[in-house]
Ligand binder design. Structure first.
Ligand code: WT7
Length: 701
């Protein structure tokens, strides 16, 4: 990550600029009514979780769980930075999320499934019902699919009850689930299934999205073929049915490989499967996320630490009580859904809403109708959804009689304007907002206000969570003090129970990606030597609140979902006409950032719509529709350094009408002007200001 002197200086300049433009917002206070019922009202918590009490402070979190065997060592750092939490402990995650609630809550809804079509009835699933269905599914996975503790299985499922049921069935057996977001293409699913070494793929025939039934089974065939190309045989595809009485897919079943779960289940009716007592350190699941290089990385989360962390943060930050009705509007196929739809809320015996479809189907009033009817009082979504619902129906929430006590936002920075609409209109001025900053790798929240204890500040995630000690370093590892109005790289000084254990099958990449930057002694077993590098730019205000600025690597955050630009670029290169490809982020009013593609063509190939369409198609089939570019620009050549590197930062500046800076040292400076004209037309004036992540984009290549 060597930077030239010029690079470092230009970053310093832009940091100062942020300071000038950064306006402090006023605080908002939680209401006395909220404080009166909150789970966390003890201001002593920060002291209790001070660094001098680390790591034993986290016992308090683990004590929220039911252990088969209590642990003997809270944190073992002997193999740093591979942290081992609650060593010696044994537990089962499914038992903690289901069985242990039966005595008190068996007739209470664990989930209320809301199908996308508004005329399909809601389906409540009580804890008892969940228990029965999880057991039967576990029996099937064990006895029919032959799955055992430690095996990996890939789940490519939509937002229906079958997804958490299958996850919990895996957890019951100690089988490691790897859920791939349902909107990812079959190819993307196959790559991930191969990396995890899954022999079994669980899918569904189809599901509703935006008023249409999608044939999802078709993706499974592609996934199996892709995995085979990668050297991984998937010998069983288990298919859930979306409808009781008909198939949602016209894709044929492959004999001897594909099996309808709904046909097999009657054989396991009434069966009970003893939850397998797992080591606290046993992996619970893999969750793939995009990184700087082409291959997605499988973040491996363990059982004890992860579950303790998500249970505690659900309780203290989301303020979930068993009597609440909680709705997290994420997809379970992302980490937010794992931690804050499935594991955290269920560990607390919550009632959660599980909504199948898109937010504004059939209109922008839908979410608020659901909230009113089910009396949802905790709401959790992303800034993209907030912006979209605001654009489509700014007055809609006022028409419905629901009351939220807390609302969470996650996934991207939320601009103060959107925050204020969320607060005053969606939250009716009553709800507390928690802006939670964290990542797939982290298991749970890292920065957020504590809803009854800290005032809110629009646009700021807030202070570190109890026991999480963030720090901002400059490129050289010098601490940037709070209130200095300078940005840097946000890191966490200490490990915490929710941190991933490793990247599946790639220990080196784990160390390199998250720790190498600021570790000075690779042999050290002292956690103080291993600050966690998050890959986000941030600054800390004088009050200790962190404002997150966005990624500092080659990752684009589209609507709160991470896309690796390398992955997109390799997809473009599968189009035979394309010689070179570069992908850059563009600011977008709704989605935060969207990718824009630049391609140069092979000699003799004519530029035209056909090639552009091919590029879009290649991206949609290798990754999915979420990665669809805003535009494909065919350029005569890429701007390059003398050593031949594509200057993505220059392209990003052009796409965002920002100044490109000095390009005279490039190998082909003239092409920059040509591309600018092509993209912006003649006479457009570049503005100097621009978001930090875009300014820094491509720096590290
Ligand atoms: C990246 C992680 C785990 C949440 C879902 C996304 C960005 C996340 C915030 C926030 C500003 C945020 C960061 C982070 N991000 N939450 N509250 N404010 N930025 O998980 O796909 O792993 O992405 O999302 O850039 O690094 P993910």
């Amino acid at each position: 990550m060597a930077r030239t002197r010029e690079d470092t200086q230009s970053v310093t300049v832009s940091e100062a600029e942020i300071a000038v433009h950064w306006k402090e917002e006023d605080y908002y206070q939680p209401s006395p009514k909220f404080i009166g019922q909150a789970n966390l009202t003890d201001p002593g918590i920060m002291e209790r979780f001070g660094l001098d009490r680390f790591p034993e402070c986290f016992r308090e979190y683990a004590d929220l769980l039911t252990w088969d065997q209590y642990w003997h060592t809270t944190l073992d750092t002997g193999d740093a930075p591979f942290w081992k939490w609650f060593v010696g402990g044994r537990l089962n995650a499914c038992y903690n999320c289901v069985d242990r609630h039966l005595a008190q809550h068996k007739n209470k809804a664990a989930f209320i499934f809301v199908p996308e079509p508004e005329d399909e009835p809601h389906v409540p699933l009580t804890y008892q019902e969940l228990y029965v269905r999880v057991n039967e599914t576990a029996a099937l996975l064990r006895d029919f699919a032959g799955l055992r503790a430690g095996d990996r299985v890939t789940l490519h499922l939509p937002m229906t009850p079958e997804l958490p049921i299958t996850m919990l069935a895996c957890a019951r057996l100690g089988v490691i689930h790897s859920v791939v977001f349902g909107g990812f293409s079959g190819e993307a699913c196959g790559i991930r299934a191969a990396d995890s070494g899954s022999k079994v793929l669980v899918t569904m025939d189809g599901y509703y999205r935006n008023g249409k039934v999608l044939d999802h089974k078709a993706n499974a065939d592609i996934a199996v073929a892709t995995a085979a190309k990668e050297g991984q045989t998937i010998d069983k595809v288990l298919v859930w049915r979306r409808f009781r009485d008909r198939s949602a897919s016209s894709t044929p079943m492959v004999k001897g490989r594909d099996f309808l779960i709904n046909d097999l289940l009657p054989k396991y009716a009434g069966q009970r499967v003893q939850p397998v007592s797992m080591d606290a350190l046993a992996p619970l699941f893999l969750m793939y996320t995009s990184g700087t290089t082409g291959r997605p990385k499988g973040c491996q989360h363990g059982t004890g630490g992860y579950l303790a962390y998500v249970a505690a943060t659900s309780k203290y930050i989301q303020d979930i009580h068993p009597t609440d009705v909680y709705w997290c509007f994420a997809d379970i196929g992302w980490i937010t859904g794992h931690s804050y739809i499935v594991y955290g809320p269920l560990a607390l015996a919550a009632t959660g809403v599980l909504y199948e479809g898109v937010p504004a189907y059939p209109d922008a009033g839908r979410p608020w109708r659901i909230a009113e009817r089910l009396d949802v009082n905790i709401f959790h979504t992303s800034p993209t959804t907030v912006r979209m619902l605001r654009k489509l129906g700014p007055e809609e929430p006022r028409k419905y009689h629901y009351h939220f006590k807390t609302m969470t936002t996650v996934g991207e920075p939320i601009e103060p304007e959107a925050w204020k609409w969320y607060h005053s209109v969606v939250g009716k001025g009553e709800a507390v907002i928690t802006d939670t900053w964290w990542q797939t790798e982290n298991g749970g929240f890292l920065c957020s206000t504590k809803p009854a204890l800290d005032p809110m500040k629009p646009g700021s995630a807030g202070p570190g969570m109890p026991g999480i000690h963030p720090v901002i370093y400059d490129e050289e590892g010098r601490e940037i003090p709070r209130g200095s109005q300078k940005a840097g790289n946000i890191c966490i000084r200490n490990p915490w129970p929710g941190i991933m254990q490793t990247i599946w099958g790639d220990r080196d990449r784990y160390v390199k990606t998250y720790y190498a930057k600021y570790n000075k002694n690779p042999k050290s077993t002292d956690w103080r030597d291993w600050p966690y590098f998050a890959g986000d730019g941030a600054l800390q205000a004088a009050d200790g609140y962190f404002r997150i600025l966005g990624r500092v690597d080659d990752v684009i955050n589209v609507a709160g979902h991470r896309l690796g630009t390398k992955e997109l670029e390799s997809a473009c290169l599968t189009v035979p006409e394309v010689a070179e490809a570069a992908v850059v982020p563009v600011q977008d009013d709704l989605k935060g950032r969207v990718p824009e593609v630049y391609v140069s063509l092979k000699p003799g190939v004519a530029a035209g719509k056909e090639v552009k369409d091919k590029v879009v198609h290649a991206i949609e089939t290798t990754i999915g529709k979420i990665a669809r570019p805003k535009d494909v620009r065919i350029v005569p050549d890429m701007p390059k350094t003398r050593s031949g590197k594509i200057m993505r930062r220059v392209l990003a500046a052009i796409s965002n009408t920002m100044e490109t800076g000095d390009v005279t040292t490039l190998a082909n400076p003239d092409v920059v002007e040509q591309i600018r004209e092509l993209v912006q037309g003649k006479g457009k004036v570049a503005t100097k200001a621009g978001p930090e992540d875009i300014k820094r984009f491509g720096d590290e290549r």
